[in-house]
Design a binder for this molecule. Structure first.
Ligand SMILES: Cc1cc2nc3c(=O)[nH]c(=O)nc-3n(C[C@H](O)[C@H](O)[C@H](O)COP(=O)(O)OP(=O)(O)OC[C@H]3O[C@@H](n4cnc5c(N)ncnc54)[C@H](O)[C@@H]3O)c2cc1C
Length: 387
């Protein structure tokens, strides 16, 4: 499936996002990459464009988009600045889990104003699940939530939290029951509650414009209604969110690959060596052709997966894992080849391809490493035989 097969509404969204990315975010990239932290101006641009609200239902002030809108937006942003995608993806997952699962008395209480703020971008979300000793093995999470009268009291350390220290609320995975994934629950924790603290920010290989923090939750008291979804079912709720999140990672990787291909074509068309443009050499042409094959196949696989998701196809979860794994492996290869096409110029910061190469790597790591996702894919065929 190609871009042109999508309805006009998606073409309009793509054009709007491309404009925001190139005109508004583009001029901020150089400075943000050097500052290597969260940029409030990027947050403001994304908020003004209404992009934080894509996952918020209409009756809560959002745009009520589906995963197709998210995919298109992330693809377009990543073509220009992959870091900008993470402001949205962390927020969307944190918000979605609340919009889908926070029901009961909370709905008339904190949920309504929170989702209204999340839609406007005035309430920025982050998702706090990973811990120093529990990354792939999320079922072993040790952050604890204990019931104390009308409250829950949450204690633990979370690692690698995107938007950490800048978010207004955190969707936190904590243990409420026995061992394993069936003893975990989700909570909404406002950032200004006593005991919530960003203790350090990571210095990273890529995604320099994205903040990644270690967060401590030290005896953080939240009212009972801050439990999101059912008690001890948090892992299940989270996995549903991860399926969509994986399509988001795939979309970011597709954008990176497309941006790298565009840059390589442009450079090869003007750079001359031995008296002619390097585009005239078959060695360069084959690199570019292979990059194009990667981009086209990735888009096709990703759009197929997203349509399966929208249609409620039972294969959607497997296809999301396939799309994320494939797109991130392709993005690494395409970005590396784009650097190669640029020669020495690709290794320095004058061109975007070195950033694309550094930023592509995270796609193979987060929202399930590509090893874990290969296990997930295999299990859809073998069931318990593959456990
Ligand atoms: C920039 C960045 C942003 C992030 N943002 C967030 C965020 O917003 N919120 C959040 O909660 N987390 C976030 N994460 C965490 C991310 O999801 C984890 O890093 C990821 O899930 C991997 O966990 P880990 O780092 O502990 O690696 P580990 O689980 O320790 O894995 C190490 C290696 O072992 C392999 N491995 C592990 N288990 C198996 C197995 N059973 N079979 C085969 N291989 C295996 C892995 O594939 C990997 O190669 C972020 C991470 C980074 C780097």
């Amino acid at each position: 499936m190609r871009r042109s097969d999508l309805a006009d509404e998606f073409a309009d969204l793509a054009a709007m996002t491309r404009d925001v990315a190139t005109e508004k975010i583009g001029p901020m990239i150089a400075e943000t990459e050097i500052a290597a932290t969260f940029n409030p101006e990027i947050r403001a641009v994304l908020a003004t464009a209404g992009l934080f609200g894509l996952v918020v239902p209409e009756n809560h002030g959002g745009a009520a988009g589906d995963v197709r809108h998210q995919v298109i937006v992330l693809e377009e942003l990543a073509r220009v600045y992959p870091s900008a995608c993470t402001y949205l993806t962390a927020h969307w997952l944190a918000t979605k889990l609340i919009a889908l699962n926070a029901t009961g008395p909370a709905e008339a209480g904190w949920v309504r104003p929170l989702l209204a703020g999340a839609a406007e971008g005035t309430a920025l979300g982050a998702i706090a699940v990973t811990e120093p000793d529990h990354g792939s093995d999320l079922g072993g999470v040790v952050t604890r939530a204990r019931r104390d009268g009308d409250d829950w009291v949450i204690s633990g350390t979370k690692r690698f939290i995107t938007n950490g220290g800048f978010a207004d609320f955190y969707t936190v995975l904590a243990r409420t029951g026995g061992p394993g994934s069936r003893g975990l629950s989700l909570f909404m924790v406002e950032s200004d509650r006593p005991g919530v603290r960003a203790t350090r920010w990571e210095r990273k290989m890529g995604l320099h414009g994205s903040a990644t923090a270690e967060m401590t939750f030290d005896e953080v008291r939240v009212p009972a209604d801050h439990l999101v979804g059912e008690v001890d079912r948090g892992f299940r709720h989270l996995m549903r969110g991860f399926d969509e999140g994986r399509l988001g990672v795939a979309a970011m990787c597709l954008g990176i690959a497309q941006g790298a291909l565009d840059a390589a074509v442009e450079y090869a068309s003007v750079r001359t060596q031995f008296g002619r443009e390097i585009a005239g050499y078959q060695g360069v042409q084959f690199l570019v052709a292979d990059m194009a094959i990667g981009v086209h196949t990735t888009r096709s696989i990703l759009y197929d997966a997203m349509n399966a998701f929208v249609a409620g196809d039972p294969e959607a979860s497997r296809l999301a894992a396939v799309a994320k794994t494939y797109a991130s492996d392709v993005a690494m290869k395409v970005a590396s080849d784009a650097v190669q096409v640029h020669g020495g110029a690709g290794y320095v910061t004058d061109f975007p391809v070195e950033m694309f190469l550094r930023d592509a790597k995270i796609g193979q790591i987060y929202e399930g490493t590509n090893q874990i996702l290969r296990m997930v894919i295999a299990r859809t065929y073998f069931g318990d035989l593959a456990r």
